[in-house]
Design a protein around this ligand. Sequence first.
Ligand code: ADE
Ligand code: ZN
Length: 326
Amino acid sequence: SDLRTFITGLPKAELHLHIEGSLEPELMFALAERGGIALPYGSVEELRSAYQFSNLQDFLDIYYQGAAVLRTAADFHDLAAAYFARAAADGVVHAEIMFDPQTHTARGIPFAEVIEGLSAACAAAERDLGITSRLIMCILRHLDEADGFATLAAAAPYLDRIAAIGLDSSERGHPPEKFARLFAAAGALGLRRVAHAGEEGPPDYVVQALDLLGIDRLDHGNRALEDAALTARLARSGMTLTVCPLSNLKLCVIPSLDRHPIDRMLELGLRATVNSDDPAYFGGYIGENYHAVATARGLDRAALATLARNSFLGSFLDDDTVARHL
Ligand code: ADE
Ligand code: ZN
């Protein structure tokens, strides 16, 4: 349709994408076979039918299980190469990709296998597809602070390939304050800082992410809208929100897409962006996320262009490069 063509043709950056969440069932089975790993599902169809979640934790349980097929640098390369090919088809020209090293190092996979595979795919995407990228190393908040510090230490030889530290996994019961010292250490090493907050957790977790983690960008942030003063603060400071509509729907953060707050966020002056989060699990890549909110909320082309523009403004590209994309 016209709308889909318009959305695809909009140059855009993706700022909230977990590479492990782009693992399609077909590739999961192929990597399981390559690595001689048994999956607890008999077929791609059976696996897909398990993708029904009533909250974040339901999803995370299946997502961590799926990630167990990722073992070698070649596996991580192939995973990211598949994402880049799909993103290019949606008009993505820049991607800031999250990865969860602890999901792999906890299984005995060396940090080097993860980063070497991902960074090789990033270099190939720039060369072959013209997509620039950054890597964001996410810390699993359900694990303790010491595990986070060990992960930062493991990343030390690779800091030239890592743009930012992030915070993800089970939000409720794991407030940002738990990682205040880790984020201070990461900041001192020159890393940018992002955190998931206000996806399921309360507005106070967003306040903590700002005040205690020093975030440069807020992942999700939906529940910040419950607090008018916080919303005003986010708008005033030009904070970018990486919003993920199909994720919000599948994880029951919203009851239906026609209740998605994306247009309210823009009206409130928030620098909102649209992203796919975990597209293999939530039913659509970035173009599908733009299309879903455009149709459910009646966004016009100017609003879609604003969302795409915001994705460059909120990126970690240097100012001159951002200006070239606007
Ligand atoms: N890890 C992968 N996707 C996530 C999400 N939407 N929230 C928290 N942790 C995640
Ligand atoms: Zn996420």
